[in-house]
Design a protein around this ligand. Sequence first.
Ligand code: G6P
Length: 605
Amino acid sequence: MCGIIGIVGRAPVQARLIDSLKRLEYRGYDSAGVAGLVGGRIERRRAAGKIRALEDVLAASPLEATVGVGHTRWATHGAPSERNAHPHRAGRVTLVHNGIIENFAELKAALAAEGRVFESDTDTEVIAHLFDSELATGLAPLAAFKATLDRLTGAYALAALIEGEDGLILGARRGSPLVVGYGDGEMFLGSDALAVGPFTNRICYLEEGDYVAIRAGEAQIFDAGQRLANRPVRLVSAAAALVEKGEYRHFMEKEIHEQPDACQHTLSAYIDPVSGLATAPNGLDLAAFDRIQIVACGTASYAGAIARYQFERLAGLPCDVETASEFRYREPALSSKTLAIAVSQSGETADTLAALRWCKAADLTTAALVNVHESTMAREADVLLPTHAGPEIGVASTKAFTSQLAALTALAVAAAAARGRIDAAEAARLSGLLREVPRLIAQSTRVEAEMRALAPELAKARDVLYLGRGEMFPLALEGALKLKEISYIHAEGYAAGELKHGPIALIDAATPVIVIAPSGPLFEKTMSNMSEVAARGGPIILITDAAGAALAPAGAKVIIGPTCDPLLAPLVYAPPIQLLAYYVAVQKGADVDQPRNLAKSVTVE
Ligand code: G6P
């Protein structure tokens, strides 16, 4: 997913475009560019790589514009290079784009047949040519823009400048979000609230199919049917608007330490302040369903996979969890009383959104468990199940994950009570446990120094295995994902009992095995699997509690986390595995917050 900023300013915009792009860099960072209207002409500067490279270009050749657009890219069509970096231009038009144009090959062929020459491999340049060709027919800018939009199939958020139209930026949204920011005699466009956060806290979210003309002090918004639309302007909190690393070296480190607060804020939406009992927010009646279907991608899908154990064990509610990209392309057989829950930090992930829409079309009740409450999923689902993690900038998800877990665990308790599976006393006991989560998570981050100490050795590994049983199995998958995405070490998570059915062949002295096993009903079984590893010379790192540590096999390195009820163990044992991945990545000198090839949210299939 790319980042977009547009500013119709009263003063030069270069520094502000760059400031905004830096805040958006988490969305994509393989190349960046800016363009602005200077004396009736459009000038452009672009660079491959991070925003730093663009700053070097601008230092040598500043952009003296008061109206401009900027973009940070995550490549879809065309390799990351300056030539493919946005803004793209054709004739009078220069524009930036987030999304994918599905009919770009066909449009490109038609435009090429008219003699238009393309300088990049991107789908975006096709939009610029199309728009320029509509303008060339004599249409006014807004009409030409709308005619262009009508010919596009796929997803887009756009911000466009037109030569000869000083003081104007056109924007449009379909499939990818776009916000309008209202400043003091100035106007902004951004791909999210963070983009315009440093300049204004008054923003308005465009609806699907909307397009907009912004000029100094005004925004004219039109809906897909070309009618003037009145979209509400909201005040966003300063915290959401301005995100800084503070005392931390990386956003990921900061976000790991924000987890007690993130979970506390999230749980406050799921615990009734008067009764103190876990409860589903926004009127969701959990007794009305006979099944839960969770759809999600990446880390969010592991939160769902953990919740499955809890919904089934506590509430006796059958629960399926499926990777959204698979779910959307098969024909799942679901009962009409299925509650479909899309779990997503961003609320914009293309596959999760498509799966949610599939469920809606199948007449299921849909819920969006999302961190961005104005996101497309939040708006399209029947029920919003919020997480309150605050903006998550590190590409590797941490506090969003534990917030999802906190919300889902509370929902499982609420479902157990609503379905009569537990009595009032047990509901009160389990709800009481939930209130301990922030304290226990704070306690579990205290293993930080030990994780840092393990990093130099682990950083030498080529392969690492993660093992867990029960809810610790999806947590093992998440641990492996964290390590591979930020340190580039090959890592796999396995169900501990599955080890002997294949993965054990991988065990040797150079393959560390990380076992996540706080004491509990399954601990002894996992111990046996650890012995199988130890017998084959595999180095073991056991992450457990004090009781588990007492039973650890000789030679294992033992990390002791807090003692907690098994219900909370996935939440409490998430920070240690995040810290381990973090310090290994730091040890390797990897780009922790912006790992290669990844993007924070993937709004393409
Ligand atoms: C990307 C991110 C992951 C994230 C996944 C789902 O792959 O790199 O960290 O878990 O998308 O994102 P979502 O916003 O739907 O939770």
